[in-house]
Design a protein around this ligand. Structure first.
Ligand SMILES: Nc1nc2c(ncn2[C@@H]2O[C@H](COP(=O)(O)OP(=O)(O)O)[C@@H](O)[C@H]2O)c(=O)[nH]1
Ligand SMILES: [Mg+2]
Length: 403
């Protein structure tokens, strides 16, 4: 199952700018199996050091691409409708948001770190709004949504569990599946809160809210992209956002969009996530372009190391969702597939995936006829229960060959 990351936040913080920048791929990636073709769902990518350098081979990527030893692996991103306070009660585009967020496995919460938009998303003077409020507000909105759903016929739920001796967990699972909340999220939240699932009548409102908060954390892990870092009051707010219990990435979506557009036109060479770019020798810059690029360098790249857009995406997939990159090959010596392509594919899989599960992700026949796998780095045979490591190159030996 490919994972998908949602870009969320109140209006006017830069969600669509972030989304446009992240999904503007100037390097073509062929054969990407889109699961949706909605306008607000797009393909971006995560970047990871490719294993081609380590193995000292020239690769021929297929499902991903490799730029100067950096592998860019496609991922899906959804640009969610802007949230305003009270959305859970139906204010603004609340229902559309709900529909979008159910697809998301993790969230990038874009905040206007410059403090230049009020709580409804209306433009104000920079420094007049506290972005910490936006973080609390969004968490509150999400919690109230979940709480609202659980509370609907809560009395009946209690009777079912305590009278008819039905199990609470499947009942909740059924109620919450529409939000993308799964059984394992419920089990984690149950263990964390230590609530008695056999006696929900004993729970206080606070207990229920506590459960909901944990459910939100497990089902929609979140990081903060502190956007508009190019506007001065942002630096002070960035510091204030740090201790709120989330990863915080300083970000300038507008700069990333400008850099990717310039790269697309070959005005510069720039790999998303890089801390710098190179101006082209062939294409001559207009004075405006040169100025804009200098500003980006001075106000964003030098002080913050990068525009933050790529870093936010990487952290969402590699840290929040704990994905790793695995390279399947057919020949563990030559690192090729059956067509002789070198390191053709990079798969993003959740940490904990075993060799046999991985075989199943490539082809069901490979899993059903699984004999053993070969880990190409150590050139070692490993068994079906071998837990894959990040940047493993794996060949599966099966009684059944896939075409
Ligand atoms: N200064 C600055 N402005 C930005 C940045 N990112 C977006 N904006 C501006 O913020 C406004 C709202 O952006 P938009 O992406 O439409 O926000 P959304 O409503 O959250 O989707 C637009 O005028 C953008 O140009 C940024 O990094 N820095
Ligand atoms: Mg928008």
């Amino acid at each position: 199952m490919p994972r998908i990351v949602g870009v969320v936040g109140k209006p006017n913080v830069g969600k669509s700018t972030f989304f446009s920048a992240a999904t503007l791929a100037h390097v073509a990636i062929a054969n990407y199996p889109f699961t949706t073709i909605k306008p607000n769902v797009g393909m971006g990518y995560v970047r990871t050091p490719c294993v081609c350098r380590e193995f000292n081979v020239t690769d021929t990527p297929g499902n991903s691409t490799c730029v100067n030893g950096t592998r860019l692996v496609p991922v899906e991103i959804v640009d969610c409708a802007g949230l305003v306070p009270g959305a859970w009660q139906g204010k603004g585009l609340g229902n559309q948001f709900l529909d979008e967020i159910r697809q998301a496995d993790a969230l990038i919460h874009i905040v206007d770190a410059s403090g230049g938009t009020d709580s409804e998303g209306k433009p104000r003077d920079p420094g007049t709004h506290d972005p910490k409020e936006d973080v609390r507000f969004l968490e509150h909105e999400l919690d109230m949504w979940v709480l609202q759903i659980i509370k609907k016929d809560w009395d009946r739920t209690v009777r079912l569990v305590e009278g008819a001796k039905e199990e609470l967990l499947p009942i909740l699972e059924d109620k919450l599946t529409g939000l993308g909340i799964r059984r394992d999220h419920l089990m984690s939240a149950k263990a964390k809160t230590k609530l008695n699932f056999e006696k929900p009548s004993s729970w206080s409102d606070q207990d229920l809210l506590g459960l909901v908060t944990e459910l939100r954390k497990y089902s929609k892990p979140m990081l903060i992209a502190a956007n508009k870092m190019d506007v001065p009051p942002a630096e002070k707010n960035l510091e204030a956002l740090q201790p709120m219990g989330h990863m915080v990435v300083p970000c300038c979506a507008e700069a990333e969009l400008a850099l990717r557009r310039a790269a697309e036109k070959n005005v510069i060479s720039y790999v998303p996530g890089d801390g710098n770019f190179e101006t082209s020798k062939e294409v001559k810059l207009t004075p405006e372009q040169a100025n804009a690029l200098t500003r980006i360098k001075e106000k964003v790249l030098i002080p913050f190391g990068s525009t933050g857009v790529q870093e936010a995406l990487n952290l969402a997939f590699f840290k929040l969702l704990q994905m790793i990159t695995v390279y399947p090959v057919e020949d563990a010596e030559k690192l090729t597939d059956h067509k002789g392509r070198v390191l053709p594919d990079a798969y993003l899989v959740p940490y904990g995936t075993t060799a046999k599960q991985f075989a199943g992700m490539i082809h069901s026949d490979l899993a059903s006829g699984f004999l053993y796998a070969t880990e190409a780095r150590a050139k070692m045979r490993v068994a079906d229960d071998y837990v894959l490591k990040d940047r493993d190159v794996i060949s599966i030996t099966s009684t059944k060959r896939h075409a």
